[in-house]
Design a protein around this ligand. Structure first.
Ligand SMILES: [Mn+2]
Length: 336
């Protein structure tokens, strides 16, 4: 059978005329992403906000619950990001790069209509929720490497000229989620859109330099302490970051976004795990697979989410308890 992922992709992802109409009719917009914002979440939000401003929308607020990681502060318009919702009701709320209100970190954001644009699988507990039935539009395209690609298509459908500041934000979104075009989601479409963005003025080296070659000193110190915890059992390797490591280095959770990549680098490792202190008796668990194991299934069993090669969840318990639970779940998934 000849497979044509490109055609499949196009068939899956459709910008409806209803969505276009809704945007054109609306005057006030709030755009938000997920907690612990990453490059895709922030780049998508800012790219969309700049695009809407280009078609004369003046009342556009980009909102993130948590502060931006330092590595994303260079993104055009990053300084405009707000951290508490506007008091008045907006016409249209965009939830990007996640698909539940819970993941945005906000209890409520008052809006006449809500749109979800995302590429993550729905968490098990929310698949049938009233929230999803209430959405004016919900595009969840798991075939998109980054939400930034969905935003790109939306801007194109709105006939918005993608200038260099929009391009830089969307390019950053795509490189972060494809690991600089190394991951299995680096589709022809992802590369093609990235190519258009570079033509539109995104500067690959200056963006990569800001994101990858600009680590705060305390982040590297934290990485050092975390790497010292490296353990391995067969094809699973893991590292951890504890409360005392955060205290010792002054680093923040945003400083360890890529830590899970390190245990994955170990030869012979199939599944890598990063355990990050997440408040008393709770850990944030990041899971990565080199391809054979679907770690999204493991995350989902702890009510987390993500993709087959990259997923995450929050688990309560002491570090030892959380590690035991997760390593057991990985072992079970590997036996299948
Ligand atoms: Mn994403």
């Amino acid at each position: 059978m000849i497979s044509n992922p490109e055609r499949q992709f196009k068939a899956m992802m459709k910008i409806s005329s209803k969505l276009i109409r809704l945007i054109k009719q609306s005057n006030s917009f709030v755009i938000t992403g997920h907690i612990n914002p990453d490059g895709d979440s922030v780049g998508s939000c800012l790219g969309l906000a700049l695009g809407l401003k280009k078609i004369g929308k003046k009342d556009v607020t980009v909102l993130t619950k948590d502060p931006l990681p330092e590595s994303l502060e260079f993104l055009p318009s990053a300084k405009t990001v707000k951290h508490s919702p506007p008091k008045k009701e907006c016409d249209l709320l965009f939830i990007l790069d996640c698909n539940t209100l819970d993941r945005t970190g906000f209890e409520s954001i008052s809006a006449k209509n809500i749109i979800v644009l995302d590429h993550h699988v729905l968490p098990a507990s929310t698949a049938r929720s009233g929230f999803h039935r209430s959405l004016a539009e919900c595009i969840i395209d798991t075939g998109s490497a980054a939400t930034g690609m969905i935003v790109y298509k939306l801007l194109k459908a709105l006939k918005i000229d993608i200038e260099k500041n929009i391009a830089a934000n969307l390019y950053a979104a795509i490189i972060v989620d494809t690991g600089g075009f190394r991951y299995s989601n680096s589709s022809p479409e992802a590369l093609r859109i990235a190519s258009h963005l570079v033509e539109a003025g995104a500067k690959p080296w200056s963006i990569s330099k800001e994101i990858y070659e600009n680590k705060p000193y305390r982040s590297m110190k934290l990485l050092g302490l975390s790497l010292a915890t490296l353990e391995r059992k067969n094809s699973v390797a893991w590292i951890s970051t504890t409360d005392s490591m955060f205290k010792k280095t002054g680093a923040t959770p945003g400083n360890c976004e890529d830590f899970v990549d390190f245990p994955r680098k170990v030869k012979g490792v199939e599944v890598a795990v990063f355990f990050r202190y997440n408040g008393t008796n709770a850990y944030k668990v990041s899971l990565r697979s080199k391809g054979k194991i679907n770690v999204q299934k493991i995350a989902k069993s702890f009510d987390g989410g993500g993709h087959a090669p990259a997923a995450g969840c929050r688990v309560t318990g002491s570090l030892k308890e959380v590690q035991d639970k997760i390593l057991k779940a990985i072992k079970k998934e590997m036996k299948k």
